[in-house]
Design a protein around this ligand. Structure first.
Ligand code: SF4
Ligand code: SF4
Length: 309
């Protein structure tokens, strides 16, 4: 579609906080609370870029080096290890680029140990470069902790995260206690989204996730979000809902913009984009997007959501 000739470089923006590469939306698990399906369940099976095309894309991204430490490219999904070229992508990424991986650890850890030098995934940061999400009911806690220990002993930087979903918080805290007793870095994350009619999470713009109506706003992001087929999206809402992309990572003309863009889907934002959280330096108070309002809140009375909201 975009040819195979060398691509011009482009820098990430000065305020870029995160580069997210969704290698695939496919996942062997079926969590009922999956944030990938905040609105429309089951949108998986999209086209995937090959490993070679991902490497072409990574090669053109510059400006990731910062005085405070490099901005890594974070491989995620879905479950990123489902991508058929997962290991080629890790090993062929240029050395100047640091890689992080978000995974549910469903992959074969012996294959990871055999095929990847742990140094490839090491960097100075206040959190692990392989971040495992524990999903009760999908993964077995004993098996997950054993696999984590195996990778730790092989020299990988790895930590586990559990979401404090209201129905699972007690269990998550118990597994955290067991993990920490074995020296595993196990952290908890707030549940984002609705449960029994209540919206959980701390949001900079609470009405953004109400799903009750829409407003037209101006929005800009600090994240470079790239979907499985190479399309680039303004935010997680657009990624998951397959809204119109703002470009394609293999398009010669693509650049990352710091400009505010109009959006008529405010009210249907994904919690990931609106949540108040820590930035990549673990400083609390960061939000992925900044929104400017150009109308009155009264304009949100009716849901005028378009097909892609
Ligand atoms: S493991 Fe993650 S991507 Fe897979 S279904 Fe669960 S929450 Fe969704
Ligand atoms: S207003 Fe919400 S849906 Fe629109 S671009 Fe911003 S985060 Fe995405």
């Amino acid at each position: 579609m975009f040819g195979k000739s060398p691509l011009p470089n482009f820098p990430v923006t000065r305020d870029c906080n995160y580069v997210a590469v969704f290698l695939t939306m496919a996942c062997p698990y079926r969590c009922t609370y999956c944030i990938n399906h905040f609105e429309t369940p089951g949108r998986i099976g999209r086209k995937h870029l090959t490993g070679k095309d991902w490497i072409r894309a990574f090669n053109r991204i510059t400006g990731l080096e910062r005085n405070t430490g490099p901005i890594p490219i974070t491989l995620q999904g879905g479950e990123p290890s489902v991508h058929p070229d997962f290991y080629e992508i890790i090993n062929d990424t240029p050395e100047r680029i640091r890689l992080d991986i978000l995974t549910n650890l469903s992959f074969d850890v012996e294959e990871m140990i055999a095929r990847v030098d742990p140094q490839r995934l090491w960097r100075e940061a206040p959190y692990a470069s392989i971040r495992v999400s524990y999903h009760p009911g999908q993964a077995n806690a004993d098996e997950l902790l054993a696999k984590t220990l195996r990778l730790m002993k092989a020299g990988f930087s790895i930590g586990v995260y559990g979401v404090l979903h209201p129905t699972q918080a007690k269990h998550i805290l118990e597994v955290q206690r067991r993990a920490q007793a074995e020296g595993i870095d196990f952290r908890t994350k707030d549940f984002l989204g609705y449960h029994e009619g209540r919206l959980y999470g701390q949001y900079k713009y609470p009405e953004a996730c109400s799903l009750n109506g829409t407003r037209t706003v101006l929005c800009r992001t600090t994240e470079l979000i790239i979907g499985p087929d190479g399309n680039v999206f303004r935010c997680h809402h657009d990624l998951y809902e397959e809204a119109a992309p703002i470009g394609h990572i293999l398009d010669r003309e693509f650049t990352m913009s710091q400009q505010f863009q109009p959006c008529d889907c405010f009210g249907h934002c994904n919690p990931c984009d609106i949540k108040v959280k820590t930035n990549r330096l673990q400083q609390f108070g960061h939000t992925s997007v900044e929104i400017e309002f150009t109308d009155s809140p009264m304009d949100m009375q009716n849901d005028r959501a378009t097909a892609t909201c």
